[in-house]
Design a protein around this ligand. Structure first.
Ligand code: GLY
Length: 570
């Protein structure tokens, strides 16, 4: 079944052999477009946070690209049409299964500048300088996305110039904003005025309205430099110079050398088995893979299926696994290139069994009794995309600027937003930060270090072949959302759209409470409260994208209904 939402017009002009991929006569029309929440297709599928980005990815595959090409083109398009989280000024992680059967993981997380210091967000008295790691120039880590895309291109079929052109066209010719996007841009005008030294494309004297066209000329020119000079078009030359000039106008600390030295890193994926499936996840510096491993293994031998989907006992069991995994995250996890992360010990079966020894069905556990650890606040404005092709390539990518619109600082003349990823470090190890959370020693700031993440791009294999490609934004709620989505499918047998859309819950050790979405069933809340849990209601948890491979080999791609997310395929 295909749900179609008419966003801007009843007319969707599609040309079968377009000259330009993007344009009124191209396959992707940025002025009139439709959006699908679900597709079932045979040849290739993309799910991402924006309909135009998903369409770009699909068209790239239709024109001979594979899933890696589509993932690159989709990310670049998101950097234009989804400025809240899509980016070239941030970073991310990719997990993939190649057609050959090889599984790979790519880390293009931002790094702290060589001038970063452990106490850079503290005043002389050792108090946290509130907001400094979140907004403005000092909040930014050295961006990793462009380096990551060029590494990803090793596994693609098409020239990078073809993959980046749709993003250039979307930036240069503009695209039509939805009401939601216009409202979002209006909501950050005061911040943009505060944290920018040069006027940028997002700033406007009068309010933005749905139907307005957003043109980003500076960004288009930056993307053209990348098209023409490769990664050096970003990390060196004019773009790098513009970053440095921006830093000097706003007392930032990223240097030309930092830009030139940035490297994306291939990592060994974090792989484990669950009930006959193979889960391929992201290793450090993302906590996502290990957390998923811990949580899934803590419930694997328990009677989840007997309890039933979202029964009080099933939710309680899953929550108790979440509590224990997050306590470990806080204590032990950080950039493994800088600190020793006891990955094997944390995922050892005997250890995980022992962790659950004090779990009592029907009775709330306590975070005070659970071994002390420390947590870091993380923003939830991240974005995920999934791609699969008929050759057997499957790509799962989560990228971020951290907060919505990152540091709110646009590089003057270069048109892209800088991240505020530095806030994912422990700004002051051991002491509660602005959000009442505390960070661990393993995640303290150091020059060149990568900040701990929760991003959980994941691929589930069955008999060595892709079964599910999944991921989500959502800060610390990312691992719990991915965990619930996978269990919803494997254990509870939910349809993919139900696995994605059904209300979610989240426990992260501290605070000792279960956060639930508004639509979470009232009777289950009441039952959990009777067990002794504190329940808090909150906004959306996650915005999951998922592609499931059906028994007949078709791809069922589902985009979350919590946003404008869209699934495309053919
Ligand atoms: N900034 C969110 C994360 O990396 O988990």
């Amino acid at each position: 079944m295909r749900y179609t939402i008419l966003l801007l017009s009843v007319l969707f002009l599609q040309c079968s052999t377009p000259k330009n991929l993007v344009g009124p006569k191209g396959a992707v029309n940025p002025y009139q477009y439709t959006s699908s929440k679900k597709v079932v297709v045979q040849n290739g599928a993309v799910a991402s946070a924006h309909p135009l980005a998903s369409k770009v990815g699909m068209e790239i595959m239709r024109q001979g690209g594979n899933a890696f090409d589509a993932a690159i083109a989709t990310q670049l398009a998101l950097a234009v049409v989804y400025p809240t989280a899509g980016n070239i000024g941030g970073g991310g992680f990719l997990v993939a299964r190649r057609a050959s059967g090889e599984t790979v993981a790519l880390d293009y997380r931002e790094t702290a500048s060589s001038l970063a210091r452990r106490d850079m967000y503290l005043d002389a008295a050792g108090n946290v300088l509130q907001g400094k790691s979140l907004n403005g120039h000092l909040a930014a880590g050295v961006p990793g996305t462009i380096a990551g895309l060029f590494e990803t291109a090793k596994y693609g079929n098409l020239p990078f110039a073809k993959l980046i052109q749709p993003a250039i066209d979307l930036a240069e010719k503009g695209f039509v904003l939805t009401d939601r996007e216009a409202g979002s841009l209006n909501s950050i005008q005061a911040d943009l005025a505060k944290y920018n030294t040069v006027k940028n494309a997002f700033q406007k004297e009068s309010p933005w309205h749905g139907g307005d066209t957003l043109v980003q000329t500076d960004l288009a020119n930056t993307l053209k430099r990348v098209r023409d000079a490769g990664a050096a078009g970003f990390y060196e030359g004019k773009t790098a110079q513009l970053v440095i000039e921006e830093m000097s106008r706003g007392a930032g600390i990223i240097t030309l050398e930092d830009m030139k030295n940035y490297k994306a890193k291939w990592r060994e994926p974090h792989i484990f088995s669950y009930k006959g499936y193979t889960i391929v996840g992201m290793p450090m510096p993302s906590s996502g893979g290990i957390l998923l491993h811990q949580m899934m293994k803590m419930v694997e031998e328990k009677p989840l299926v007997t309890y039933g989907f979202q029964s009080p006992l099933a939710v309680q069991l899953m929550v108790e696994a979440e509590r224990r995994a997050y306590a470990d995250r806080a204590e032990h996890m950080g950039d493994a290139d800088f600190v020793k992360v006891p990955e094997k010990a944390l995922t050892d079966t005997a250890y995980l069994n022992q962790r659950m020894r004090d779990y009592k069905p029907g009775e709330a556990g306590s975070s005070q009794a659970t071994r002390p650890g420390k947590l870091t606040h993380e923003s939830e404005e991240t974005t995920h995309l999934c791609v699969i092709d008929a050759a057997g390539n499957a790509v799962s990518v989560t990228t971020t600027l951290n907060n919505s619109y990152g540091s709110k600082t646009v590089v003057g003349g270069a048109g892209f937003l800088l991240n505020d990823e530095m806030d994912d470090f422990s700004v002051k190890p051991g002491v509660p930060n602005l959000y009442g959370a505390v960070g661990g020693e393993a995640n303290a700031i150091a020059p060149g270090k990568r900040m701990l993440s929760s991003m959980t791009p994941t691929i589930v294999l069955k008999d060595g072949k892709p079964f599910l490609v999944v991921g989500t934004p959502g800060g610390t709620t990312i691992p719990t959302s991915v965990y619930q989505t996978i269990l919803n499918i494997i254990d509870f047998g939910l349809r993919t759209e139900d696995a994605v859309y059904k209300p979610k819950f989240h426990h992260q050790w501290l605070p000792d409470e279960i956060a639930v979405e508004k639509s979470f069933p009232t009777d289950v809340r009441t039952a959990l409260e009777k067990m002794g849990y504190k329940i808090t209601e909150r906004g959306s948890i996650g915005r999951v994208e998922a592609i499931k491979v059906l028994p007949n080999g078709s791809f069922e791609a589902v985009a979350d209904n919590r946003g404008d997310d869209a699934a495309e395929g053919w």
